[in-house]
Design a protein around this ligand. Structure first.
Ligand code: IVH
Length: 694
């Protein structure tokens, strides 16, 4: 693609920006039940964030509250594991990238150029329909691609989805396709909703997604379905091409999208794209682009996958939609690290099918560079799944009395000075930060939330609402106060169990979950302090270096101790100067010391050197079904193995799950042992008992 890869600095800035966006939307969604963006936009944001971390693993080490909150789990639906994962598609936006895409296919197929198929990219949500002996037995959503959600009951009410396939059907056939709503049905539904005083949907896709995940109401919501692919199938190899598949779907009674064509060469692909772009408005449903797919199914096997997307298909998306609106105000939000982030409050406007009334302005320099002023008419853009951006202002419409925006030099929350630090790394000092530290309420509450987050002390029952309440009522001001909560509460006239939102049972549970963390892993305590540039990896390095919490406090508090940190592998200048700043401020140093008074640190487990996999190097790739990447890594490391992100001759094992791509290929080419996840689990079960030579 012609899109230049981001430099590390750019990736880091993007990571910080996406992280801040996620945190903000998490808070709005979980805390206030007032999401500003659709679930899809949120998922897309999280995907971009994860993809960035996957591409730049260093970034995953940067402390980010965005990582603490998991994707909202939907417990209402039974999980459906996929033997063949539901993949996504890579994107291209510029016509010039079409030839590059074909070039990659051409090289992958060793110049046996393949014919392509052009299809509409339906803007709905993907479903997997499982037919056994021709009967629909299950319908499920994409979920995370490896595990979907069971929506069989709702899918059965969709007229387009046959309960029984027509004619002889394979023993097992998983049909994949898109559920969607036509624009006319969407408008009628919204009119009905409005008349009934119920909430309306922003666009047909949201209406479709909302409907399929809703209980019992689908009958009233006319969903449609087009099949475009398949997952597991019992009689593999019967069909030669995608167009054969489309024909066989139709013969089985499954609807497929119109405007599907055989195409050869970049010119025809682009011709198809332009034709569809023109026809777009006349289609009865929304599309967000076209999809090009290799027609020959055997050629697809050769091309395979890279990460979660096939190499043999790509989406050519329509360009970003731009609209103009008025910049009503610029508000400043204060994050955990004190960063002042400007947010644009906009005259609400629909762009890319979503109503937008806020947009991040990133930082002070960005406002200056774009010379944005309150009252300006601004150009707002939303490209594909990306969060809306202000890309420009319309000078002709600028009010005569408008004034350049003056960025505050005091924190809007606590009034402390807000300074731009010429800091090492981190956006080159573009960010203005509140110097109030934990005296600043915004930072204190965020800091407490960070401490209790899943990757830090992992205390249940302390969400944003609870922490804000406990902070505002003076029950918890510092991290150590959390562990004194039960004692201080007993002495209060208004104990927690009498406060709104806290029943006796929930208070008991909260105290128990706090008590269970009175002993916590050393690295989690260090990470939980929320010191800038001390993310999970640096916390682990520090824990390894110091061995105990007291030694960490002593070391980080003294300049000699800190000087020795320059020798610790991986702990960089930014982290060292940040530790130095944190511990030279008596207020923050006291907070760290006090945490040591109430929580006992569990020292790091020392990696074993006596197991069959001690000293071996392992690479995990693809989707793991039985454990998370973190668990896999921790398990391997505990037994003394080293986990690496790339495959080389020195790699001992590659553990490959579904969707494994380049790394698997490389392992095969180098003759490295490739294991399934189950084989790996069996190996480590043996390794942990049988020591080498025994
Ligand atoms: S093929 C292995 N074809 O787009 C390839 N997907 O951005 C899997 N989509 O998750 C996808 N129309 O929900 C394919 N004609 C089409 C499509 C299509 C819409 C959706 C699908 C997928 C997403 C990827």
């Amino acid at each position: 693609m012609s899109v230049a890869p981001l430099s590390f600095e750019e990736a880091k800035a993007e990571h910080a920006r996406l992280g801040a966006e996620l945190t903000r939307h998490d808070a709005l969604y979980h805390g206030e039940d007032a999401p500003l963006i659709t679930d899809e936009a949120y998922d897309a944001l999280r995907r971009s964030f994860n993809a960035l971390e996957a591409t730049y693993p260093e970034l995953a080490k940067v402390s980010s509250p965005a990582r603490a909150v998991g994707a909202p789990a939907s417990s209402a639906f039974e999980p459906v594991p996929y033997a063949v994962p539901m993949l996504s598609l890579g994107n291209l936006f510029a016509e010039s990238e079409v030839a590059e895409f074909l070039g990659r296919i051409d090289r992958g197929l060793r110049h046996q150029s393949s014919e392509m198929v052009g299809e509409l990219k339906i803007d709905g949500l993907s479903l997997s329909l499982r037919y056994e002996h021709g009967l629909l037995v299950r319908a499920s959503t994409r979920g995370d691609g490896s595990i979907g959600e069971d929506v069989t009951a709702n899918a059965r009410t969709i007229a387009d989805i046959p309960h029984q396939l027509v004619g002889p059907a394979p023993e097992l056939l998983e049909v994949r396709g898109e559920a969607f709503m036509t624009r006319a049905d969407f408008e009628a539904l919204n009119a009905q909703q409005e008349a009934a005083g119920k909430k309306t949907f922003a666009n047909p896709r949201n209406a479709a997604a909302g409907s399929i995940r809703q209980s019992r109401e689908v009958t009233k919501r006319p969903l449609r379905f087009f099949a475009y692919s398949w997952g597991e199938v019992s009689e593999d190899g019967l069909l030669a091409t995608h167009l054969d598949m489309v024909r066989s779907f139709r013969a089985l009674g499954l609807p497929t999208a119109p405007e599907t064509y055989r195409l050869v060469g970049a010119e025809q692909l682009i011709g198809y794209y332009r034709h569809i772009a023109k026809a777009r408005a006349t289609l009865p449903f929304d599309i967000d682009g076209v999809v090009y797919k290799v027609n020959d199914l055997a050629a697809r096997e050769v091309l395979g996958f890279v990460s979660r997307a096939p190499r043999w298909a790509i989406a050519h998306k329509f360009p970003a939609e731009q609209v103009t609106t008025i910049l009503r105000d610029i508000e400043i939000q204060v994050g955990r690290t004190g960063a002042l982030t400007p947010v644009a409050r906009l005259e609400p406007v629909i762009v890319g099918g979503v109503e937008v009334s806020n947009a991040t302005l990133h930082n002070e320099a960005e406002i200056q560079r774009k010379d944005l002023r309150v009252g300006d008419t601004v150009v707002l853009q939303r490209a594909g799944d990306v969060i809306p951006q202000i890309v420009d202002r319309v000078l002709e419409h600028r009010p005569a009395d408008s004034k350049p925006y003056v960025f505050p030099t005091r924190c809007p929350v606590c009034g402390s000075a807000a300074e731009r630090e010429a800091d090492v790394g981190d956006q080159g000092g573009a960010v203005r930060r509140c110097t109030g530290g934990l005296l600043c309420e915004a930072q204190a509450v965020e800091g407490l939330l960070h401490l209790v987050s899943r990757e830090a002390l992992d205390i249940d029952g302390l969400g944003e609402k609870q922490v804000s309440f406990l902070f505002e009522t003076g029950r918890i001001r510092t991290p150590a106060d959390i562990f004194r909560l039960e004692a201080t509460d007993a002495a209060r006239e208004d104990p927690l169990h009498r406060c709104e939102g806290f029943g006796a049972v929930s208070v008991r549970k909260l105290f128990d979950s706090i008590a269970s963390k009175r002993r916590s892993p050393l690295e989690r305590m260090i990470y939980g302090l929320g010191i800038r540039h001390v993310g999970r990896t640096n916390a682990l390095r520090l824990a390894r270096h110091f061995g105990s919490y007291q030694a960490f406090i002593d070391g980080a508090s003294s300049s000699e101790g800190r000087a020795r940190l320059y020798g610790v592998e991986g702990v960089g200048d930014a982290a060292i100067s940040s530790l130095s700043r944190y511990f030279s401020d008596p207020a923050s140093a006291a907070i760290a010391i006090d945490l040591g008074n109430v929580v006992e640190a569990i020292p790091l487990k020392v990696a074993r050197t006596d197991t069959a996999i001690s000293g071996k190097t392992v690479v995990f790739t693809g989707t793991l079904q039985r454990m998370t990447r973190d668990q896999a890594k921790a398990g391997a490391e505990e037994l003394g193995a080293k986990v690496s992100g790339s495959v080389s001759k020195k790699t001992s094992y590659v553990v490959a799950g579904p969707g494994a791509g380049d790394k698997l290929e490389k392992a095969e080419a180098l003759g490295v042992t490739v294991l399934t996840e189950d084989a790996w689990l069996a190996l480590i079960a043996d390794a942990s008992t049988a020591t080498e030579g025994s």
